[in-house]
Each structure stands twice: as structure tokens, then as C-alpha cells.
Design a protein around this ligand. Structure first.
Ligand SMILES: O=C(O)[C@@H](O)[C@H](O)[C@H](O)CO
Ligand SMILES: [Mg+2]
Length: 369
């Protein structure tokens, strides 16, 4: 077992079996790569000598075996290990992972693009231009229009947000969806007011209008607007998604395949959501291995909606993902469907830290990132 800290902020895991089969995974949670690495090393003590094909058994023992469960560090470590085990099984049987999870339900996977996280200056024209000219043909984009927010914000801030969103939507081709990520920066009261102010703008979905653990607030927001509400990147395993889904508090769940417990765990969460007519748009602002795992999930999940991505893998894959008319074809190579370029991985190694922007309100107090 080997791990690589690579630029810009990712952790790759390589598991080599006795027969030489290699599996890759991406066990990382934002800003905690070194902590997750340590968790994977602890998991490795158990895994060494085990049959890599008993994925469910290993999952249960790693997740439930130590009395304390859950939490982003354990579930992200577990997710990366799980991805690597599926990669190994797929390569061993010479089939893509989706084939082992029931087969594909689509031919191609809809992707969506990100417009930079912290909009600054006169960004509306810039965003509209890049959306309308997009060479990959993405049919959806997401952006974060919410500045650090006071618990009850002033009208100039609220009106500026409303005006920017309205302007952006007006300037973008109607065939392209625009989604908004509120990043959990608003209180339920502020989110309700803001969503009401943009109710008539055609928004694809609003993500994390409040922090995702607040199921009651999400449910209330969902029933107070016609804009679909999305959440889930900061929830882990089916036990944390259970309430959100059961309460039908959102229209879209967004498990992260590198945080929620892995490919099969996401597949189970998606089935719970399917029974409540909830769509799934996996979160993935991570690297190409996490994206590969997400695409395996997307290939075989009926209620999949669209896939987030930040990279198409040019830095670390022998053949990067190709986007045509906004879609990626279902992958056919065995396992996770990628060939990791180990030379490039070794060239990408770095030991820097992942810096999180620090926001302050007017009175100097800390604000949500
Ligand atoms: O939906 C997203 O991609 C963002 O909310 C990211 O998860 C956040 O910036 C941390 O990486
Ligand atoms: Mg988000």
C-alpha cells in the first residue's frame, strides 16, 4: 500500500495485491489529507493479508469495527480504500465496476462545470461569456454567489446578490442550466428571504442553502420555494442521509464518493433516494480518481442527475476524460476505468498545505467559508 500527496491538494492511494493487481483510490477530505493518510494506515493493518474481493465485509469491519463510527476522516479513508478494492475486483474480472453493480443504465454522463468559487469584480460578464462559449459544451454550471453573510444581512448585500443572479441568468443561453451553491453561509431566515427574492429566476438548484445537518430547515426551505434544493456533500454513509431522504427535505442529494463511504455506499444511498423520487448529483471537487469512481456510480444509477468535476485528469491520467457536448461516455476499461500515470503522480508530489480562505465579517468575527 502506497499513498501520494499530489498537487493541488489530493491524496492518492495505491493498493498492490499479491498477484500484482493494482487498485487506486482517492481517500481525502478537504484540508485533512495528512489526517486521512494516517487513518488509511490504521485501516491497512487490518487489510493486509485479506482477500480484496470481500468488499462488503471489509467495509463493515472498517466502519463498525472500532466502536466509534462515522466522521469525515474515517469515512473518507474508508471511501478511498473501497474505491481501490472495486478497482482491483474490476481488473481481476476484467469488467468496469458498473458492470458489477447491476450494469449500466445510460450511455453517457452529464457533467457540470464550476465558475470560480469566489466571484470578484465584474464577474457576471466574464461568467456569461465563458458559459456561452464553452468548448466542452457543458449543459449546466454552478457558481457560489453568496459572500460571507451576517446572521441577518442588510438590503444592499441581498439586492446585489439578487441582481447578479438575475443578470447572469439573463445573459446565459436558456439551454444551459445555472445552479447556485450557498455553501451553508446563510441562516435559515436569510436563505428563505434570498430564495424568495430569486424565486422567478430559472435556477437549476440551490445547494446548501443552510448547513446540511439542519434537516428541519432544509425541509422548510424546500416547501417554501419551487427551486429544487440540494445538499449532501458534508454527510457521510446511509445513516446520515437517512433523515434527509426520509423527510424529503431536498430534491437532490449530493454524496461525495470520496467522503460518503465509497461507490457501493453511494449506490445504496441513491437507492434510498430513488424510493422518494430524489435525484443524485455526486459532489466531486477532488481529483481524477474520485471522478473516475463517481463516473462508475453515475453509469449504473437510475436517479443520477449530473456530475460535478474540477479536473478531467490531464495531470495524472494516461488518457484524460473526454467531454463531448457536455457529456462523458460511460467508461469501458476494467475497474475504475482509468489508467493512472504513475510517473506523473510522482512528479506531482508535494508537501504543501491546503489553505482555506478565511472570511471575516465587518465586526471582525469569523464567517463560514
Ligand atoms: O460544491 C462544491 O464543490 C463546494 O462546495 C466544495 O465542496 C467546497 O468548496 C469544498 O471543497
Ligand atoms: Mg458545495
Amino acid at each position: 500500500m502506497e499513498m501520494f500527496h499530489v498537487k493541488p491538494r489530493w491524496l492518492f492511494l495505491k493498493i498492490t495485491c499479491d498477484d500484482g493487481t493494482v487498485g487506486w483510490g482517492e481517500p481525502v477530505v478537504e484540508g485533512r489529507a495528512q489526517t486521512v493518510e494516517t487513518a488509511v494506515k490504521e485501516i491497512a493493518r487490518y487489510l493486509i493479508g485479506q482477500d480484496p474481493r470481500d468488499i462488503e465485509k471489509h467495509w463493515q469491519i472498517i466502519y463498525r469495527g472500532n466502536f466509534y463510527r462515522n466522521g469525515p476522516i474515517l469515512t473518507s479513508a474508508l471511501s478511498g480504500v473501497e474505491q481501490a478494492l472495486w478497482d482491483i475486483l474490476g481488473k481481476h474480472l476484467n469488467v468496469p465496476v458498473w458492470r458489477l453493480l447491476g450494469g449500466k443504465v445510460r450511455d453517457r454522463i452529464r457533467m457540470y462545470g464550476w465558475l470560480s468559487l469566489e466571484p470578484t469584480g465584474d464577474y457576471i460578464d466574464m461568467y456569461a461569456k465563458s458559459i456561452n462559449e464553452n468548448v466542452e459544451g457543458f449543459t449546466a454550471y454552478k457558481t457560489c454567489p453568496i459572500p460571507p453573510m451576517q446572521m441577518i444581512e442588510q438590503p444592499d448585500v441581498l439586492h446585489a446578490i439578487r441582481d447578479n443572479i438575475t443578470l447572469l441568468r439573463d445573459k446565459v443561453d436558456k439551454k444551459i442550466d445555472v445552479a447556485l451553491d450557498f455553501h451553508g453561509r446563510c441562516t435559515p431566515a436569510m436563505s428563505r428571504r434570498l430564495i424568495h427574492m430569486i424565486e422567478d429566476v430559472d435556477i437549476m438548484f440551490i445547494e446548501e442553502p443552510v448547513l446540511p445537518g439542519d434537516v428541519a430547515a432544509l425541509k422548510q426551505l424546500s416547501s417554501s420555494t419551487s427551486i429544487p434544493i440540494a445538499a449532501g456533500e458534508r454527510l457521510f454513509t446511509r445513516w446520515q442521509f437517512n433523515d434527509l431522504i426520509e423527510q424529503q427535505a431536498v430534491a437532490i442529494i449530493q454524496p461525495d464518493i470520496s467522503h460518503c463511504g465509497g461507490i457501493f455506499e453511494a449506490r445504496k444511498i441513491a437507492s434510498m433516494a430513488e424510493a422518494r423520487n430524489i435525484a443524485v448529483a455526486p459532489h466531486c471537487p477532488l481529483g481524477p480518481i474520485a471522478l473516475a469512481a463517481s463516473l462508475q456510480f453515475a453509469s449504473c444509477t437510475p436517479n443520477f442527475l449530473c456530475q460535478e468535476h474540477l479536473t478531467l485528469g490531464h495531470d495524472y491520467l494516461k488518457v484524460p476524460f473526454q467531454v463531448k457536448e457536455g457529456y462523458v461516455d460511460v467508461p469501458y476499461l476494467p475497474g475504475l476505468g482509468i489508467e493512472v500515470d504513475e510517473e506523473k503522480v510522482r512528479a506531482g508530489i508535494f508537501s504543501g498545505d491546503w489553505s482555506t480562505p478565511q472570511f471575516r465579517l465587518k465586526d471582525g468575527s469569523f464567517a463560514e467559508w
